[in-house]
Design a protein around this ligand. Structure first.
Ligand SMILES: *[C@@H]1O[C@H](CO)[C@@H](O)[C@H](O)[C@H]1NC(C)=O
Ligand SMILES: *[C@@H]1O[C@H](CO)[C@@H](O)[C@H](O)[C@H]1NC(C)=O
Ligand SMILES: *[C@@H]1O[C@H](CO)[C@@H](O)[C@H](O)[C@H]1NC(C)=O
Length: 190
């Protein structure tokens, strides 16, 4: 009897595929919330669960939960060690990610200096934001290669060619915010 039962259990087990891998994807949204999705491969009837720093997520941390697509949206300022576990009758696999609060870009600093031969080096730096992206305009339009000796319209440091002047703006953006800084620059050495 026990042997038969054992065989049935084994056969049931074999008729199910194990969960083979788990993928966790997270991104910052515009209000500083974080969207995290969890997906798995290979398993039949996978069941998903989440923990943060080893305990169940609370309403104070969760803005919304989509159980159908296994997507959660964490409130602003939530950080910690997030784990998505996927289990079925065969096995259990989990994936973890250290998440930080989605910080906005808070301030931008632009420093410019003349270099020998009349070129101007300008550096733009930002504080506070994750994955900042830089862009430059001169007199309202994107900087062109004709004006640049080094860098391009998306690098944080640039060198302008001689005789370039005008209203220079460095904008720094990430998914949460955008901040810019402007400066009127004149031709170096005149
Ligand atoms: C910003 O949003 C894009 C597109 O949704 C996403 O691919 C990227 O991972 C996000 N960046 C951060 C830092 O979350
Ligand atoms: C930078 O310049 C390239 C080529 O002109 C353009 O495709 C891109 O959109 C520009 N990026 C920004 C942030 O303006
Ligand atoms: C840009 O310039 C600043 C200040 O000179 C420097 O600290 C930084 O490393 C430079 N960044 C890059 C990407 O070259």
């Amino acid at each position: 009897m026990e042997a038969v039962l054992g065989l049935v259990v084994i056969l049931l087990g074999l008729s199910h595929a194990p969960v083979s891998s788990v993928l966790l994807v997270s991104e910052c949204l515009s209000q500083g919330e974080r969207r995290v999705s969890c997906s798995s491969e290979g398993g039949d009837s996978p069941q998903y669960s989440w923990t943060l720093d080893g305990r169940t997520l609370t309403d104070a941390e969760l803005l919304s939960v989509n159980n159908e697509d296994n997507i959660i949206i964490l409130k602003q300022h939530v950080s910690g060690h997030l784990v998505c576990s996927v289990k079925n009758n065969v096995n259990s696999v989990s994936k973890e990610q250290k998440i930080s609060a989605c910080a906005p870009v808070t301030s931008v600093l632009m420093v410019s200096e003349c270099q020998f031969l009349g070129q101007r080096r300008v550096s733009c730096s930002s504080e506070g934001g994750d994955s900042p992206q830089y862009s430059w305009t001169l007199d309202g339009r994107t900087l062109t290669d004709a004006e640049l000796l080094s860098g391009n319209n998306e690098t944080n440091n640039i060198t302008l060619k001689q005789h370039i002047s005008g209203h220079l703006v460095c904008s720094v953006r990430n998914n949460v915010s955008e901040v810019s800084k402007e400066q009127s620059i004149c031709t170096c050495g005149e």
